[in-house]
Design a protein around this ligand. Structure first.
Ligand code: ST9
Ligand code: ZN
Ligand code: ZN
Length: 343
């Protein structure tokens, strides 16, 4: 999708300078590269993305500055930004992640449509691409085929992976991931087809228009706070799942994998920081052992839609299975819990 971009080669062994190699050719080159093992990764910066990220971060910092010099930005603008940030986060957590990537529950089309619009507001690529990358992340965690392989360091797994071409293993091994369920979902295919119109409208235009039109905010403040700052923060909170929650924290369920239990990330992502649990039991709609809404607001949102029948077939994990598994593979930090719901 991004082939028309300008790009520069940073570290790129001259022997590998072919731009688009065919699969067999690549495999030969790659295994030769692996044998010599001088440069396991080939970094090719995507300048369009780098420039866009520089603009986004400069604008977001300026938005933060406007916000901190209180008299400039209206309170209603801040509240609208927070609200839209929350809605877009649910599009990612309840939608892209727990519904479409992992099928932890089923949803009627009105809920799928709402989640799709919310996820479009989050601009983290369309659902089809997001889910494909995420399924590949789970299937090939911490290998070259993992799009945000955490072995390549904090920065790469956080945002660096969006600034360079993917490792060829991602594309090669990624082909083994079944995407037919998404291809059958008209909501997903509709978003994919119209993404280049829907995304700018939902992520930038509407969030900037609302405070300006309804609250007499200046267009300037509206743009930098409700559009830029809101978007940048939601990206960084999301990215922390791939960076921080693959580095820092305990591993009560499986000590042999990098994902951790990270309460701070859980707060910032409405429940997606219980990542050791999630990688061990990915089918659980709570993405955590416990259903505590305070540290997992997304579970509360799904439960709410379950109450009105829009979400159904919520999948969870048998406590006995969790106990056995953590005894066998955990790091010993799991507390025995009362399994009565404490919400
Ligand atoms: C963003 C995504 O931020 C964040 C995702 C985070 C995930 C977190 C998960 C944690 C759990 C949930 C947390 C919730 C948190 C809640 C929020 C709280 C506030 N499999 O990609 P291309 C093939 S996006 C199989 O162009 P390049 C495929 O054939 C931010 N095949 O590769 C494809 O063609 P097509 C905004 C794959 O050229 C072809 O390769 N967006 C796979 O290397 C080319 O693919 C951006 O910044 C695969 N996985 O470029 C733009 N992948 O698509 C980012 C690829 O036609 N993207 N293929 O089928 C790009 O510009 C480019 O993708 C690139 C790589 C430069 C990164
Ligand atoms: Zn996941
Ligand atoms: Zn992960």
């Amino acid at each position: 999708s991004a082939h028309f971009l300008a790009e520069a080669e940073v570290i790129y062994p001259s022997a590998l300078k072919t731009k688009s190699v065919s699969t067999p050719e690549y495999e030969t080159v790659y295994s030769a590269e692996k044998r010599t093992s001088t440069n396991p990764y080939r970094w090719k910066i995507v300048w369009r993305n780098l420039i866009a990220f520089v603009y986004l971060h400069t604008s977001a910092l300026y938005g933060l500055y406007l916000l901190l010099t209180f008299n400039q930005v209206q309170l209603s603008t801040v509240l609208i930004g927070l609200f839209l940030g929350f809605i877009s986060a649910e599009g990612v957590t309840a939608g892209a992640h727990r519904l479409w990537s992992h099928r932890t529950y089923s949803a009627k089309w009105p809920l799928r449509f709402l989640l799709m619009i919310a996820q479009t507001m989050a601009f983290q690529n369309h659902l089809y691409e997001w889910v494909r990358d995420h399924r590949v992340h789970h299937k090939f965690t911490d290998t070259d085929a993992d799009p945000h392989n955490s072995r390549r360091g904090f920065f790469f797994s956080h945002m660096g992976w969006l600034l360079v071409r993917k490792h060829p293993d991602v594309k090669l091994k990624g082909q083994s991931v079944d995407m037919s369920d998404l291809e059958k979902d008209w909501v997903v295919m509709f978003q994919k087809k119209y993404y280049l119109i829907l995304m700018p409208v939902c992520c930038f235009l509407i969030p900037a228009l609302i405070p300006w039109y309804f609250c007499d905010e200046t267009w300037h403040n509206s743009w930098y706070v409700s559009a830029m700052l809101r978007y940048a923060l939601s990206l960084h909170f999301t990215w922390l799942v791939n960076s921080a929650a693959h580095i820092w924290g305990v591993k009560p369920y499986d000590k042999n994998i990098s994902p951790t239990e990270n309460p701070s990330v859980s707060v910032l992502t409405f429940g997606e920081g219980w990542h050791n649990y999630h990688h061990t039991f990915p089918w659980d709609y709570k993405a955590a052992e416990l259903g505590n809404y305070k540290l997992n607001l997304t579970t509360g949102v799904i439960d709410m839609f379950a109450r009105i029948g829009w979400a159904y077939d919520l999948k969870t994990t048998d406590p006995e299975l969790i106990r056995k598994r953590s005894t066998r593979t955990g790091d010993g930090t799991r507390q025995e819990h009362e399994h009565s719901h404490e919400n």
